[in-house]
Design a protein around this ligand. Structure first.
Ligand code: HDE
Length: 768
């Protein structure tokens, strides 16, 4: 067991974060241990903050550790105090007049404690309330100064610290992770020229084309206002009412009903900047650009039945997954790519690049990799960091500029504005997680909860009394791209925005048959929940414009005839795009194989313990996360194995694959385990355990690989798992191995696990 424990993945930077070790300097710092905390008066001198110096971190060093260390608090070995630093003698009892008497008004200790508690909550984010975040770094692959002067891209190997928050959109702060929804993918780069927030999503298009519609969209998808239902779900009348009346939403709905909306992990989804942005170089030359994050773990999703069950089995499924991967030292990684194009190229595209419901197909502008993002440290405190982090689409640095996308333009306003009510004032940039590594010098003053103690009598510019400081940076500062604009002030949209269906069709055509089936099933689910038949009809009428087969599939699922197509909003012909294979989730299997995937070893009295142990060690060795799961935790009678998780607490949906090891014939009491469903002698006592059978059936139904060795196969038979696919071919993910073949079969299982799912198994309704 010690050997196994030693082989367990472990984040080696962890010891630096807690206890005494937290007082030792992080890489790149020179402060003496404990000085920053023990003697406040010396802290500014002795903490080598990257806010001083050249701001260039050593490769691998995270300069954010410095500024955040100032405010990290570690209570190890300390006495309890009030917020005024007064030591507290008794934290159990309030101050009373006599043991059975009234509480004294003067009990300032009780009053301070309760008052603070009363105000512990802040408003949740109006959208994206549910989220999880981590620290890490961005590393530029090369000197990209030819295309942008943004300093983070200025040299090969240059690292910039980041804080990244993933989120769902519609659900409240405590809602489940695995609901059908868009995922936020917000990256705060603490660059040496100021903070840049790339506040993106895991889908490259959006529901609407103009900021004016955002409150309507969100009001329609949020719980209905009269009864506050449903939580974190688009499957209700108001959302589909809005959708069916807003044909611009159609392309996004294709993504929303695809498996992109139920990712297996935050680590296994793409991210997109969505809007067209501008890159500007030092000479002032500009290219338009789209940002893409591509995970090294590949793009992988849940299946809907699994996602729905996960909301009960583990509402923190994605949060836990991210946290555990980082704790285990399996750092999630993405590559940043850009599609760049000139204004002249953009003018030739069959869509408008300012329309956020359109992608630039990769065939029209390839995605060029420019750097990588690694998340290697979990936050110390959820509230202080993940909850208080304030992303803002307006936070850009020199070299990154906006386009006139009317959705983006509205976002430039919204994010700062919302923080003022969420974080309680205009000084939220001073909250440590938000404050830049670059220094702040300006004449903004005062406001609620001001932290900086600005010195001197001057808080205006121009001034002579402070020698003109702080002074304008001129060309070194942020210079907006001088795009010439001459036009009339109007409310309206360019004509090309009205092509609502060409790219929805492109998406549909680019999906595999499996993905298309899932889209149809998702529309069926969502619209079956809708109570108003007219909304269903209108929605399907819109889908007719995307594809006949899609509309027919959805109509069939709803027990209705295909209605006539919704009229088009423009006389422009639809553009006929060739399919774009990169739009399929299957086009990115990833390079991390079985690493971090969870494998359940089903054990019971009578299991071949030695075999279970060897399988466990081999999986661990390959970077997977094996666990022994059985009816009850604790020692397995007749073995020295400890069952780690029970079927009750670790249900099937939590595992990427399952193994039933062989039995140990020498174990007394096996006869009772023989299955009534088979003529051959049975496996372990698991055969009679309905929970174990249910476990395997769900693994099967969710397309996950199964390995059964020797008599372990009896459990498979008892559960009624077919070994052939619906088309009669053998199922590559149901591996039944003869007794005695040894663990060589594990390689077969690992291959199937690395491929994740056997979608070819699926039938609707399911066979098992
Ligand atoms: Fe947001 N959005 N959004 N959004 N958004 C917010 O800001 C808003 C849009 C996105 O992890 C809010 O701090 C408007 C597109 C993410 O903290 C708010 C419009 C994209 C996050 C806001 C949009 C996003 C937010 C709520 C249309 C993808 C979570 C709390 C004009 C490119 C960031 C907050 C985090 C959060 C407004 C559209 C992504 C209210 C008005 C398009 C990832 O300011």
């Amino acid at each position: 067991d010690e050997q196994l424990a030693a082989a367990m993945p472990f984040n080696e930077t962890k010891p630096l974060e807690y206890g005494d070790a937290a007082f030792t300097p992080h890489a790149g710092e020179t402060r003496t241990p404990s000085s920053a905390f023990a003697t406040a008066s010396t802290s500014t001198e002795t903490v080598a903050s990257p806010k001083d110096g050249d701001g260039q971190p050593d490769l691998g060093a995270n300069p954010l550790d410095g500024p955040l260390d100032r405010v990290r608090v570690d209570d190890s070995g300390r006495e309890l105090t009030t917020n005024q630093g007064v030591k507290v003698a008794d934290n159990q009892d309030s101050l009373k007049i006599g043991l059975r008497g009234p509480t004294a008004m003067e009990d300032f200790i009780l009053r301070e404690k309760i008052t603070h508690f009363d105000h512990e909550r802040i408003p949740e984010r109006v959208v994206h309330a549910r989220g999880s975040a981590a620290h890490g770094y961005f590393e530029s692959y090369a000197d990209h100064r030819a295309i942008t002067r943004a300093s983070l891209f200025g040299a090969a190997g240059k690292r910039t610290p980041v804080f990244v928050r993933f989120s769902t959109v519609a659900g409240e702060r405590g809602s489940a992770d695995t609901v059908r929804d868009v995922r936020g993918f917000a990256v705060k780069f603490y660059t040496d020229e100021g903070n840049w927030d790339l506040v993106g999503n895991n889908m490259p298009v959006f529901f609407i084309q103009d900021a004016m519609k955002f409150p309507d969209l969100i009001h329609s998808v949020k719980p209905e206002p009269h009864n506050g239902m449903p939580q974190a779900a688009s499957a209700h009348d108001t959302f589909w009412d809005f959708a069916s009346l807003s044909p611009e939403i159609t392309h996004m709905l294709m993504w929303h009903t695809s498996d992109r909306a139920i990712p297996r992990s935050y680590r296994m989804m793409q991210g997109f900047g969505v809007h067209t942005f501008r890159l500007v170089n030092a000479q002032g030359a500009s290219l338009f650009c789209k940002f893409h994050w591509t995970p090294t773990a590949g793009t992988h999703s849940l299946v809907w039945d699994e996602a729905a069950r996960l909301t009960g089995a583990d509402p923190d499924y994605h949060r836990r997954d991210l946290w555990e991967a980082i704790e285990a030292g399996q750092f999630p990684e993405w590559e940043l790519g850009v599609q760049t194009f000139t204004a002249e190229q953009a003018a030739q595209f069959p869509f408008d690049i300012l329309d956020p419901t359109k992608i630039v197909p990769e065939e029209m502008a390839p995605v060029q990799p420019i750097g990588r993002l690694v998340l290697d440290r979990n936050p110390d405190n959820f509230f202080a960091e993940t909850e208080q982090v304030a992303f803002c689409a307006a936070h850009v640095v020199p070299g990154i500029d906006f386009s006139d996308d009317p959705l983006l333009q509205g976002r430039i306003h919204s994010y700062i504005d919302t923080q003022i009510s969420r974080l309680g004032g205009a000084n939220f940039h001073e909250i440590p997680i938000n404050s830049p590594v670059a220094q702040i010098h300006n004449n903004q003053r005062d406001g609620m909860h001001r932290q900086s103690i600005n010195r001197g009598r001057v808080s205006y510019e121009p001034n002579s009394l402070a020698g003109g400081c702080p002074f304008q940076a001129g060309a070194k500062g942020y210079v907006s791209f001088p795009e010439p604009v001459a036009a009339s002030k109007v409310r309206g949209k360019p004509e090309l925005f009205a092509d609502h269906y060409s790219q929805a069709r492109l998406f549909w055509k680019s999906q595999t048959a499996v993905e298309q089936n899932h889209i149809i099933a998702a529309f069926r689910f969502e619209l079956t929940r809708v109570q108003t038949p007219a909304i269903r009809r209108r929605m399907v009428a819109g889908l007719v414009n995307v594809d006949q087969q899609l509309a027919a599939g959805v109509a069939d699922g709803l027990g209705m005839a295909v209605p006539p197509a919704l009229p088009l909003a423009t006389d422009l012909p639809m553009h006929d795009y060739p399919p774009s294979p990169s739009l399929s989730l299957f086009s990115r299997p990833g390079t991390t194989g079985i690493k971090t995937l969870k494998v359940a070893l089903l054990v019971a009295p009578g299991v071949d313990a030695e075999q279970a142990r060897r399988l466990y060690a081999a999986l661990l060795d390959g970077g997977a996360v094996p666990r022994l799961i059985g009816e009850r935790i604790g020692k397995l009678p007749g073995t020295d194995l400890d069952v780690e998780i029970s079927f009750e607490t670790g249900p099937s949906v939590l595992w990427d694959g399952a193994i039933v090891p062989d039995r140990d014939d020498a174990y007394a009491g096996l006869a009772a385990a023989d299955t009534p469903h088979s003529d051959t002698p049975g496996g372990t006592q698991l055969n009679r355990d309905v929970a174990a059978q249910e476990f395997l059936r769900l693994q099967y139904r969710h397309d996950k690989p199964l390995l059964a060795i020797g008599n372990g196969a009896q459990l498979l038979y008892a559960a009624g798992i077919p070994q052939d696919l619906p088309d009669g071919e053998p199922d590559p993910g149901v591996i039944v191995a003869e007794r005695g073949v040894g663990e060589s079969v594990l390689a077969l299982f690992e291959t199937a696990l690395a491929r994740r799912r056997v979608y070819a198994r699926e039938t609707d309704p399911p066979r098992v």
